[in-house]
Write a protein that binds this ligand. Structure first.
Ligand SMILES: NC(=O)c1ccc[n+]([C@@H]2O[C@H](COP(=O)([O-])OP(=O)(O)OC[C@H]3O[C@@H](n4cnc5c(N)ncnc54)[C@H](OP(=O)(O)O)[C@@H]3O)[C@@H](O)[C@H]2O)c1
Length: 292
């Protein structure tokens, strides 16, 4: 039995990188998945890898440029026709480009904003009619892949940083605007991850610096937010730096301190008060990590 048995989950940007890892993880946990990005070959590869798991899980793929609303709308209609009402949508597609701001190409700046922020809006708008929002005890989940560019500024990444601040503003608005509907909105904010976006062709070469995460190390974040246990988790920003600090403390903690949040929370507060403060609102997630 998987923790997402029977759920229908859509992941944008799932041809490679973080989205691909999450798609495979969702399928392993029993979810039917819908995958989208612009590159058909990559979507087909993700689909094949899932089918090779041999679990008989349904995988639907549909290409769409996330900046083109008509294409995104068609993709979601297709997903709904094939998978039924949607339990979760992960708005993950994104791009980045480095450069001196005074010299940055305006079209590139515009394109980054279009993909990273208009793309999330397009995803929400197209998904909305098909979200399963009839059950207070099993709300639909809308999850955004943000970045720890928020709440800092990353030198030479002005467009990217601006776009990732914008996803936080968008989330705050959606959570307030739809608070009477059965949808939760949460965001995962990774630091550095070994994908094409960060390391280009070197992604996955086995030579990543230690400070860079593997894409699959984020799987638990998304899986948790899609589980029944996260039904009341809403409008949270989950920072990978906090979670990595918690994971380290879990790995070093004596067994009796890891039995549940009550015990672990006290231990964490003593060891790392700042991290405790940052994660206490997502104690359900920490509890989930204690079971992994
Ligand atoms: N890697 C990091 O260090 C890091 C850190 C923090 C946050 N993130 C965020 O993580 C998310 C996933 O990125 P990643 O690191 O996994 O990078 P990646 O390996 O380059 O994957 C990005 C995905 O987004 C898709 N995409 C890009 N432009 C698109 C468009 N116009 N329409 C539809 N799909 C599009 C790509 O497919 P196509 O190109 O085929 O369309 C690809 O599947 C992004 O939102 C990124 O900002 C990454």
């Amino acid at each position: 039995m998987g923790i997402l048995d029977g759920k229908s989950i859509i992941i944008t940007g799932s041809g490679r990188g973080i989205g691909k890892a999450v798609a495979i993880a969702c399928a392993k946990e029993g979810a039917k998945v819908g995958l989208t990005s612009r590159t058909l070959d990559e979507l087909n590869t993700t689909k094949k890898e899932i089918e090779n798991l041999g679990t008989g899980i349904k995988v639907i793929i549909k290409t769409a440029d996330i900046t083109n609303y008509n294409e995104v709308e068609l993709a979601f209609k297709h997903f709904y026709d094939e998978l039924g009402l949607l339990n979760g949508v992960i708005a993950n597609a994104g791009v980045s480009r480095m450069g001196d701001t005074h010299d940055f190409d305006s079209n590139t700046f515009d394109n980054i904003l279009k993909i990273n922020i208009l793309g999330v809006f397009n995803t929400f708008k197209a998904a909305y009619p098909y979200l399963k929002k009839d059950d207070k005890k099993n709300k639909a989940r809308f999850i955004i892949t943000g970045s720890e560019a928020y709440p800092q500024g990353i030198v030479k990444f002005a467009a990217y940083t601006a776009s990732k601040y914008a996803t936080v503003g968008l989330q705050r608005t959606l959570a307030a605007e739809y608070k009477r509907e059965n949808i939760t909105f949460n965001q995962i904010l990774p630091t550095m991850v070994d994908t094409k976006l960060l390391r280009g062709r070197k992604a996955g070469d086995g030579n990543k610096p230690d400070s860079v995460m593997n894409p699959w190390e984020l799987n638990d974040y998304y899986l948790f937010l899609l589980t029944d246990d996260a039904n009341r988790v809403n409008d949270q920003l989950i920072m990978s730096s906090d979670i990595n600090a918690v994971k380290k403390i879990i790995s070093e903690a004596p067994t009796d301190k890891k039995e549940n949040w009550e015990k672990f929370g006290d231990y964490l507060e003593e060891k790392a008060p700042k991290t405790f403060n940052n994660v206490k609102k997502i104690k359900k997630f920490i509890e989930f990590l204690l079971t992994r």
